[in-house]
Design a protein around this ligand. Structure first.
Ligand code: G4P
Length: 531
């Protein structure tokens, strides 16, 4: 008999996030190499390419050189079972990444040593800070001429609004980069650059005064001793608690491509990262060791074969034990559901599983019944929270180009928006359908998929909208007055909430002034605040 507590202690679920090109994919791959889940570097990427070649939809991705899919990879390391949730790097799919972050217990943020904090780095960190997610930072590409490590630390802490604490230290950079000193374990590991496999340590030393360091590092040895002394003085002892509270980010330096500094980080990650954490619901937090199963859908993945419209819903197990073929309660519809082929994911393959535990991510077949944010339980009517919809950045009206296929178009756009590809707003009277997205690219994906999977023809016409605003109010009469007054700009979201589409900041400010009884929100997370 497996024990719930042991299974929880055994698991670590996290995501690697970064601004595109900082090295997220490369680092993921090196983790899988260390975990023995793949044998050669290149496997993660080549798998992506193989998939793209077999499907039309993915052809868009291949041509654009991005990965839309968020996948899960599981491997064992240091006696733990580790689930990595991959996130799309492209900024047009940022919302997908934000949702994935609701399903992890911690993150590793990759930063390019030459570029420092970039736009997506900042946005992603904001989401982590909203939830107090513990963050480890990996400064990558030390094999190239980059910025000074002290400057980088300073920039991280000021721009990301978090305290930082180096736990490894680079020896040189660019052409003189020799490896990293492990400030946590107090060991020096010099690595041989090898892109293909995990290389053996050249030197493992636990005393900085050891003369062998001078032999290996020459003049850089004294610089290292000075740096370590300074860091100890400035930062003092490393304390895990502020890290677990999301207030302090340990920082590691290295080169993902060359396997420098990765083992230091992975070893520390396994030691300090949180086990599966409690999750907020509208009935209060659910602890992972609650014996009843519960979980929520954070991602729906379209079947990439256009002949089959079924999808995979990714569910994060939050408490208790999930079992194959057992009946569970689908809270939104009130229906009993059971799953005969739930999936688990290992590196680049998937297998049917019999049971899953808190922290695990399972893939459930869906024929169009599930939505992002849906909760499953053993009977309780609770809804997991913290999976916000943010105001889209770009809005367009959907125009039907083939009246004979209206039903298919309607079904298609509803199903695609259930997957979280975009947000759907409808307006009555008139039946106008508006689509809001984070980036232009999503319109191409939607149009393509509507044509190929639903055989529906459409185009989009731009709308001049500044923000979508969800509303809470203290006077129902005033809300109705506002809805009458601004009816042209009032729509409903998929959950039947009224949303005000403000066409400028000025109009929004005016509305705020005239209707103090109404509060306007840029994300749907206000529901959480009300509980
Ligand atoms: P991403 O997932 O965050 O978008 O980044 P990815 O890992 O794909 O890395 C982006 C580019 O940076 C890749 O080069 C990759 O090889 C390179 N890179 C990653 N880590 C390091 C490192 O430690 N040092 C150096 N010098 N480069 C690194 P590319 O040319 O875009 O792709 P590829 O042809 O190498 O696959």
């Amino acid at each position: 008999m497996k024990n719930l507590k042991q299974e929880i202690d055994h698991r670590r679920t996290f995501a690697i996030i970064s601004h595109p090109d900082a090295g997220k994919t490369t680092l993921t791959e090196k983790f899988l190499l260390f975990g023995g889940a793949i044998q050669t570097a290149g496997a993660v990427k080549s798998n992506k390419i193989k998939k793209t070649a077999t499907s039309d939809f993915m052809e868009i991705e291949r041509q654009r050189g991005i990965s839309v899919a968020t996948s899960v990879m599981t491997f064992h390391y240091g006696g733990k079972l580790i689930n990595i949730l991959d996130t799309p790097g492209h900024k047009d799919f940022a919302e997908d990444t934000y949702r994935t972050l609701s399903a992890v217990d911690s993150v590793i943020l990759v930063v390019d040593a030459a570029k420092g904090v970039e736009e997506q780095t900042r946005r992603l960190m904001e989401v982590c800070r909203m939830r107090d997610t513990p963050v480890i930072i990996f400064i990558n590409k030390l094999d190239r001429e980059g910025r000074d490590p002290y400057d980088l630390l300073e920039e991280l802490s000021s721009m990301l609004n978090i305290e930082v604490r180096p736990l490894s230290w680079p020896i040189g950079k660019g052409g003189t980069f020799k490896g990293v000193y492990n400030l946590y374990g107090r060991t020096l590991n010099l690595f041989e650059a090898d892109k293909q496999k995990v290389s053996e340590n050249l030197l493992s030393i636990d005393d900085l005064s050891d003369a062998r360091i001078d032999t290996f590092l020459g003049r850089q040895a004294d610089q290292l001793r000075e740096d370590v002394e300074l860091i100890d003085e400035v930062y003092g002892e490393f304390d895990e608690l502020p890290y677990l509270q999301g207030k302090l980010a340990p920082v590691f330096f290295g080169s993902a491509l060359n396997n420098f500094g990765i083992k230091e980080m992975l070893d520390t990650f396994v030691r300090i990262s949180p086990t599966p954490l409690p999750r907020p619901t509208d009935k209060g937090p659910i602890a992972p060791d609650d014996k009843d199963f519960s979980g929520f859908v954070f991602k729906i993945h379209a079947n990439l074969d256009p002949r089959h419209r079924d999808r995979i819903a990714f569910v994060r197990v939050c408490s208790g034990k999930f079992e194959r073929n057992k009946f569970f309660h689908h809270v939104r519809t009130g229906k009993k559901v059971r799953f005969s082929n739930p999936y688990t994911f290992f590196a680049d393959s998937k297998e049917v599983l019999d049971e899953a535990w808190p922290g695990d991510v399972i893939g459930l077949y869906d024929t169009g019944n599930f939505k992002i944010g849906d909760s499953f339980t053993e009977g309780k009517d609770l809804n997991f929270q913290g999976i916000p919809e943010f105001s889209p950045e770009i809005f367009k009206e959907l125009i039907n180009d083939d009246p004979m296929r209206s039903k298919q178009l309607e079904k298609g756009i509803h199903q695609l928006t259930d997957e979280g590809v975009a947000q759907l707003f409808t307006q009555q009277p008139g039946n106008r359908v508006m689509v809001g997205v984070v980036g232009e690219l999503q319109f191409d994906v939607i149009k393509y998929r509507l044509e190929h999977e639903y055989k529906a023809a459409c185009h989009f016409t731009p709308m001049n909208i500044y923000k979508a605003c969800w509303m809470t109010y203290t006077s129902e009469a005033k809300l109705h007055e506002f809805i009458q007054y601004r009816s042209k700009y009032i729509v409903k979201d998929k959950d039947d909430n009224y949303v005000f589409l403000a066409d400028s900041k000025w109009t929004l400010d005016m509305a705020r002034e005239k209707y103090p009884e109404i509060t306007f929100h840029f994300n749907s997370e206000f529901k959480r605040a009300e509980v």
